[in-house]
Design a binder for this molecule. Structure first.
Ligand code: SF4
Length: 549
């Protein structure tokens, strides 16, 4: 019944979502308050001049658990705390006095000098840890605050940085690991990535976003463009030629959404401006009241592609963008592992560590092997792999042997190729279960148990392991996605295990895996389970049928 005049019932005004553009400038939660109190990029000066000299105990909690992220720093998990206690402990009980430090590597592109330096820093300051992430970064662990300025100085001496590697800011920009050399690419996106980084990374205008902001710019559909806040994907326009198709609003985590096409074509030169426009929309109209709704995907869902494009063009670009075609996507994900011919006649060689687990020693060995083979360029991939570029045909075999000796297999089993894992309980404070070592065991066991069917697996079955409901390892878009949680085993005990998501994927038929509520597996049963699923798939598939079908 509608309330009549004079009724005590009041029509409730819709609550704002904390959008700056609608006048909500007052901070609405602790994170927003912290960013307003002191712009996070200011923390660098305190790290260099105060904390690195006075040590861990001198660090202000607001910096330690907030602003440090803008420079790629998180405290790591204290060893020995089981996943059942993750949600019940206070931050200071969970955290160790050491840091994870993330090095941003835009486009995954490194020279061999840079790769070797990353490895040397790992050996000197990070107990030789140097994992390759699925966002083309390298992550150190065991870093002391006292050593951070020295690490920065050395990274910056070779053009690398940790600025905005984490935090409510524009994170590392994903790019095709074979940009500029792949025979099939529409165009080389590297100049656009470089220009965005030069103009906007570390710039105050985009250093206080509602939450993290993920970008991909690629001439090939090999960077998981569907799950980025903004993505530019190479397309050939019938009138304008090579350029990019613009996508917005993708993201995984606990509320996964695929990005949507705006139907707009963007030239290589315009990418930085359009990128800044999209980030501007997010900064000004993004939801800041609740952290759980502060990603761009929620705004895009509410507005729809048409309104988003209209606001972008009218308020941020001041001009319409031409309509454009959709990109062609491959039937199977491309990981660039193995030996491939470049368009200039040289070769690139893609190698797989297991689930991104690398070390400083491994990276130094890879850099040396690449140089001995005549190369000065390497790339990290969104599948936690490493590629050496520009290898003459005569050097390929020698390089492959040297990489294999370093633990980097260039002809890996489909299981080694298809398994990815996030950081997990070894270092991550949010984790509920262990992932990296488990992924390594899983690969070894699958290689033994599935040796009889291996030759029949033309495309790796992707198996992604997450340590918690966040989706750092992209579980919803894996053939077999495994979300870490505590489960009940056959004897009624609470043990580490996984919620299973089956049949997700990107590219053709992009979609999220099916999550059946009762579909859970204990960690102890994991290999049995994956083996069973893979054997069933291989036995029942029709000709050419993909796992997700
Ligand atoms: Fe940590 Fe969870 Fe991300 Fe894994 S998925 S790295 S456990 S936050």
């Amino acid at each position: 019944m509608a309330p009549h005049a004079g009724s005590a019932t009041r029509t409730r005004r819709p609550r704002g979502e904390g959008q700056w553009a609608l006048g909500y400038r007052e901070p609405l939660n602790a994170n927003e308050q912290s960013k307003k109190d002191d712009p996070p990029l200011n923390v660098r000066e305190r790290i260099e001049n105060v904390y690195a000299h006075r040590g861990f105990d001198s660090i202000d909690p607001g910096d330690l658990r907030g602003r440090f992220r803008w420079y790629g720093l998180y405290t790591q998990r204290r060893p020995g705390i089981d996943g059942g206690r993750t949600a019940t402990l206070e931050p200071e009980e969970l955290e160790d006095r050491y840091f994870m430090l993330r090095v941003r590597i835009d486009g995954g592109a490194l020279t061999t000098d840079q790769l070797a330096l990353i490895g040397e820093l790992a050996q000197t300051y990070a107990r030789d840890t140097a994992d390759i992430t699925d966002r083309q970064n390298v992550q150190y662990h065991w870093v002391r605050i006292e050593d951070v300025p020295a690490i920065w100085a050395k990274l910056e001496s070779v053009g690398l940085s940790t600025t905005e590697a984490c935090g409510d800011s524009p994170r590392v920009i994903l790019g095709s690991p074979v940009a500029g050399i792949a025979a099939g690419e529409v165009l080389d996106a590297t100049p656009a990535i470089d220009e965005i980084r030069r103009r906007y990374i570390g710039a105050p205008e985009f250093a206080n976003l509602p939450r993290k902001f993920k970008t991909a710019v690629s001439g090939l559909p090999d960077v998981a463009h569907e799950i980025h806040d903004v993505a530019f994907v190479g397309v050939d326009h019938p009138d304008h030629g090579p350029g990019f198709d613009l996508w917005v609003g993708g993201g995984l985590s606990t509320n996964p959404m695929l990005g949507v096409r705006l139907g707009a074509w963007v030239s290589l030169e315009e990418v930085p401006d359009v990128w800044a426009g999209v980030v501007g929309v997010f900064r000004d109209y993004g939801y800041r009241r609740l952290r759980s709704r502060a990603r761009l995907k929620f705004l895009v869902k509410d507005w729809g592609a048409e309104k988003f494009r209209e606001v972008l063009e009218r308020e941020y670009l001041g001009r319409p963008l031409p309509d454009g075609p959709a990109p062609e996507v491959p039937a199977h994900p491309v990981d660039h592992v193995g030996v491939h011919r470049q368009k200039d006649g040289l070769y690139y060689v893609g190698a797989a560590p297991v689930a991104g687990r690398a070390s400083g020693s491994m990276l130094i060995a890879a850099a040396k092997a690449a140089e001995r083979a005549g190369s000065t360029r390497v790339r990290l991939t969104p599948q936690q792999k490493l590629i050496v570029l520009d290898v003459p045909a005569s050097e390929v075999d020698g390089l492959r042997t040297a990489l294999a000796e370093a633990g980097l297999d260039t002809d890996p089993s489909p299981w080694r190729r298809g398994v990815m894992a996030c950081t997990g309980i070894e270092f991550c404070k949010l984790a509920i279960v262990e992932t990296k070592a488990r992924a390594q065991r899983l690969v070894t066991e699958l290689e033994q148990r599935l040796a009889d069917v291996q030759s029949g697996v033309e495309h790796p079955v992707s198996v992604h392991l997450n340590g918690c409901p966040n989706s750092c390892a992209r579980i919803q878009v894996a053939d077999i996605g495994l979300k870490g949680q505590i489960v009940t085993d056959a004897e009624g005990r609470q043990v580490e295990g996984f919620q299973v998501h089956l049949g997700g994927g990107l590219g053709l038929d992009a979609g999220f895996g099916r999550k059946l509520r009762r579909h859970k597996v204990t960690a102890a049963e994991l290999t049995d389970y994956v083996e069973r699923v893979v054997r069933n798939y291989l036995a029942q598939r029709e000709d050419g049928e993909r796992f997700a079908q």
